[in-house]
Design a protein around this ligand. Sequence first.
Ligand code: C5P
Length: 224
Amino acid sequence: AKKIIITIDGWSSCGKSTLAKQLAKKLGYVYVDSGAMYRAITLYFLRNHIDWTDTKQVEDALKEIHLDFHFNEKAQSSEMFLNDENVEYVIRDLVVAEKVSDVAAIREVRTFAVAQQQKMGRKKGIVMDGRDIGTVVFPKAELKIFMTADNAVRVERRFKELYEKNPNITIEEVKSNLEMRDYIDSHREVSPLRQAEDALILDNTNITQEQQLHKAMGWVEERL
Ligand code: C5P
């Protein structure tokens, strides 16, 4: 059977990873969460007190970073490993989320991450979500989806997710973090968040996960 590349880009907390995971499962494709890579790099920088405004420090630090994904059979999802440590849980923390957009704006960091992402897509049969996947990582992807949802809905969803882990978190904190990341991600010089010209828009404010999957599967089938 023909295998394609599916890219899913969009604003923070639009449900990109939920859709990407569902599509990958249904199609038997590999799912790659590119944001997890930027989060893991940020975690490394924070732990090792890297001054990321200093290019030399960034370059040296990147040489020490090894990223890979391992599929967790029990959880039926792939998890991010940083230098052989499972960081899937800790990279979701707000401490990382507060810095990740600054780190992801650094040219050297993006070159490092994008090279690995492109390698993962060489055999196709992949669904990758992020901010620049349809524009920069896989500009020739067969199917590009750009996701949006109302702000309030996005804040609510992310708040619920984070609150389960940390009941001290406030809705204001979550809201300001989403707004800040979307601003930095769409205004940075290197690979800003943009809708690719040939991307199909999926607004999931008022549709269920099942309806969303159905719609996306329709687009996939047209391309197989
Ligand atoms: O997808 P997620 O919200 O986990 O991504 C975290 C951050 O990583 C984003 O806010 C963005 O700054 C960065 N990112 C990026 N390019 C990607 C994926 C994520 O710059 N392809």
